[in-house]
Ligand binder design. Sequence first.
Ligand SMILES: [Zn+2]
Length: 442
Amino acid sequence: MSEVLAGGTVVTSLDPVAVERRDLLVDGGRVAAEGAGSRRDCTGCLVVPGNVCAHTHLYSALARGMPFALEPPTNFLQILQRVWWRLDRALDEESVRASALVGGMEALLTGTTTLVDHHASPNAIDGSLDVIEEALTQLGVRSVLCYETSDRDGPERALAGIEENRRFLARVRDERPPLARGLVGAHASFTLGDETLAACADAASEFSVGIHVHAAEDGVDERDAVSRTGNRVIGRLDAAGALDERTLLAHGVHLDDGEAAIVGRANATLAHNARSNMNNGVGRPSAAVLGGRIALGTDGIGSDMFEESRAATFRLREDSLAAGSAWPLGQLGESARLAGRIFEEPQLGTLAPGAPADLVVLDYDAPAPLHAASFAGHWVFGLSSRWVRDVMVAGEWVVLDRELVRADRRQLVADALGAADRLWACLAGLPAHPYEPEGALR
Ligand SMILES: [Zn+2]
């Protein structure tokens, strides 16, 4: 398919910002330098690279507003025990599929073309990554998937989690699906015994991929690691062979300067989830941590990266005005580079000739001049997902005129509502999760 996106303003790169007023040609799934094709009128529109969400949990898509009968949690561990570790145990194949479909739908409609997901469904582990992959591929979402290995539900499920990562990684290696890749998923140091962590590191090494793991989201993770091993979280991961330039750490809120330095030397990526950190009251990463290789994620609060990057910027500037308005663009660029390394597509996240054509057409009425020097200001103060008109992934239209191309939005939502009813009913019978880390008491 050849397509000319005609008459728009093309942002060929977010980091550094590059803006050109020209038609954009897409051919064979990639941005092309020249040629002809069918025309899509983009007059007055901005064409930007598709956003990448570097850490999310699609399985939370049906949880919004679910009834809560237990005593309200007062700390992070209780949020896991009483909310998320109950929800994940209630998931079955059907609710995993419905979550992926409706979460993937929202991603595309808000201009996010790649999701890096961290999945848990301890009573439906085997094949769960295939279910998510099929749902996202059906919609046209690019994805990086993993299963959240953990010892919190016992040794059998820990083994099954590792096996699910290995099975999916072997499939991806053999079949090379165009829109999906894998990492080795691990929950967090505080729910991983030494054997399980070592098995995760082995799998990552065997398949030459990174480990995707929560790290020091809350102080409980650090206290557990010290109590368990004498090491802090990053030292423990490093000693287990679970930290290198392919590692994706999520949160990093409680990393100290020494740990930030180790992460920096390893050149690992850290997914910063500002809204989730605020919502869970876990604190925020230090300047030393945020000075590293920082991508942006939502931690399951949807996948709207306009909203996430804007909130992260405001939260950062509340602490220090040293963060300029270009800050979110650098971090979104880092998110795209992460996905680019995983897909072996170094131009992913740009609209330079040869880049995979993952892009978003924004029907944006710029009320002030828009060029490379002013673009960051438009991003933070004016752009949002409400301007998303069309979305293309790998050269195929997946959203046109604000509607999904490959699926019926109303049907997906109706199916999700049915699945949510069943999930919520199942959840009502589940008590708080009994798992207690070492050194859990504050
Ligand atoms: Zn997370």
